[in-house]
Ligand binder design. Structure first.
Ligand SMILES: NC(=O)c1ccc[n+]([C@@H]2O[C@H](COP(=O)([O-])OP(=O)(O)OC[C@H]3O[C@@H](n4cnc5c(N)ncnc54)[C@H](O)[C@@H]3O)[C@@H](O)[C@H]2O)c1
Length: 290
């Protein structure tokens, strides 16, 4: 088991006294990150839509880090000007930011691909543009500071294997994946910069987004498990933080991703994993070794 001291020695961006900005921090994975990083001595900026949940999260994180180490800022990440104001407040209060977690997200947008345009746009504004707005607001000053920094954007396996049923969400998370890959490339080509980008890909995680469940389904991880895994992955320098859960192992995810890109390479129909003609071939592929 890696200790926090080992993590903080290897990753100076996470040093005690540094500042982490976390969107979607009033619940789930974001709140778990806030609590864990607060326990490591970081100052925490909690970002979420305002209301009682954000107040409650502020109290919970302040109980760990102390009042002066926590700032809670009601912000709608879909609005670029709100992110800019957040950055002003954050740099005004703490002077520096070394970890940005663009993690806020919303889930289901049922309906056919040609339905619900307003809901589609709203979902993309939060899940995709919210990430871009966060990077725009914070990355220039993180780079200008010339210090080690990390930007972690939360994607999803649904943005990689794109299962049917939630197309707007899949599109938003595919966008986050592509954007974050491009961001990582751009950051490593910035002369003298030591800010790196990473893509957090949670598995099935029991959070506010896990609809319908009142207690953790056996197959799900907790937000705390995701954050432990994220820290271990950052320590290894992994760009893709591909979390397993209690149902999906890494090996299963590798096969599912391999099959998905195989649609293109093998010239199969789109989403053939869910096509009746490919049911047996996919099942056989999943059981194949090596
Ligand atoms: N739970 C899972 O199984 C799972 C799997 C893969 C990816 N994810 C991703 O993880 C991230 C965190 O989600 P979670 O599972 O912790 O869910 P959650 O609902 O517990 O947390 C998401 C938070 O984002 C906030 N939010 C929503 N819209 C916002 C906006 N416009 N501005 C600011 N904040 C906003 C919500 O208020 C909420 O507190 C999301 O990006 C989600 O897509 C979750």
């Amino acid at each position: 088991m890696t200790t926090d001291a080992e993590i903080q020695t290897a990753l100076p961006a996470l040093a005690s006294g540094n500042v982490a900005v976390i969107t979607g921090a009033a619940s789930g994975i974001g709140l778990a990150a806030a609590k864990r990083l607060a326990a490591m001595g970081m100052n925490i900026v909690l970002v979420d839509i305002g209301g009682a949940r954000l107040d409650e999260a502020r109290r919970a994180v302040a109980a760990i880090a102390g009042d002066s180490a926590v700032l809670a800022v009601a912000t709608d990440v879909s609005k670029a000007d709100e992110l800019d104001r957040l950055a002003e407040r954050t740099f005004g209060a703490f002077g520096d930011v070394s970890l940005l977690m663009n993690n806020a997200g919303v889930g289901n947008n049922p309906g056919k691909p040609w339905e619900n345009r307003d809901a589609w746009k709203r979902l993309l504004d939060i899940n995709f543009w919210g990430v871009v707005h966060g990077v725009e607001a914070f990355a220039p000053r993180m780079l200008a500071a010339g210090k080690p920094g990390l930007i972690v954007n939360t994607g999803s396996k649904q943005g990689i294997t794109t299962p049917p049923g939630n197309l707007a969400y899949n599109v938003s998370k595919a966008g986050v994946k592509t954007y974050t890959e491009g961001l990582a490339h751009a950051l490593r080509n910035e002369p003298g910069a030591s800010v790196a980008a990473h893509l957090l890909i949670p598995g099935f995680t029991f959070t506010g987004l896990t609809e319908g469940a009142t207690e953790k389904p056996a197959g799900a991880w907790t937000g705390e498990q995701v954050i432990d895994f994220m820290l271990a992955s950052l320590l290894r320098g992994d760009f893709y933080i591909l979390c397993p859960d209690n149902e999906a192992t890494r090996s299963m995810d590798e096969k599912r991703m391999g099959w998905a890109i195989g649609d293109l390479i093998e010239n199969r129909p789109a989403l053939s994993r869910w096509h009746p003609d490919y049911k047996d071939a996919f099942a056989a592929f999943m059981t194949r070794t090596a």
